[in-house]
Design a protein around this ligand. Structure first.
Ligand code: SAH
Length: 190
């Protein structure tokens, strides 16, 4: 996180708050997550150099850049966003900061995952889900981890699921509040 310039992922009018540990608006009613939340989720995902990672909820592209920094040139990050304008914003931010070769922005409903690049070593969902979407578990490698806020629209618990063969190991880490995951396996609308 010390290597990724957060100010490059924050809209100009909020740039002076880039290093405040708080979420910031990025337009379309969405937010870039607070830095401590990015740190906790990244640590729990435990990405390694060479890993293939999926992020659901690209937003500004900041979390994707942090993951790209860790997985390195041999790894890759796919990040999926449902709002085209935000996907374009993230793409340009990732390009300007030099991460675009390691991070691919996809437009679509990430509650269904992203099958073309599956299976993944890790999947991180940065929007609140009512339940764990089944396709995300299916697109995880054996031993892979899913990090996801699960709950209602206002408050959730950050859940870490490790796939161990046909078994799932579940750990609930802390309460959190994310914008909703909208889609087939998410909430239906605002
Ligand atoms: N990780 C982002 C912040 C994410 S905010 C960052 O680092 O800036 C959550 C994002 O999830 C929003 O941009 C929202 O549009 C997106 N989102 C909500 N439902 C989605 C879905 N079904 N598929 C893909 N993106 C979704």
């Amino acid at each position: 996180m010390l290597k990724v310039p957060r100010e490059e992922f924050v809209p100009p009018e909020y740039r002076r708050f880039s290093y405040y540990d708080t979420p910031l608006p990025i337009g379309f009613g969405q937010t870039i997550s607070a830095m401590h939340m990015v740190a906790i989720m990244t640590e729990k995902l435990n990405p390694m150099p060479g890993h293939r990672v999926l992020e659901v909820g690209t937003g500004s592209g900041y979390q994707a850049a942090v993951l790209a920094e860790i997985v390195g040139a041999r790894g890759h990050v796919w990040t999926i966003e449902r709002i085209i304008e935000l996907a374009e914003f993230a793409h340009s931010n990732l390009k300007r900061t030099g991460y675009i070769d390691r991070a691919t922005v996809v437009v679509g409903d990430g509650s269904e995952g992203f099958q073309p690049a599956a299976p993944y070593d890790g999947i991180i969902v940065t929007a609140a889900a009512p339940d764990v979407p089944k396709p995300l578990l299916e697109q995880l490698k054996d031993g892979g981890k899913l990090v996801i806020p699960v709950g209602n629209r206002w408050v959730q618990v950050l859940r870490i699921i490790t796939k161990e063969g046909s078994k799932l190991q579940v750990e609930d880490v802390l309460p959190c509040a994310f914008v909703p995951l909208i889609g087939k396996y998410g909430f239906k609308n605002y």
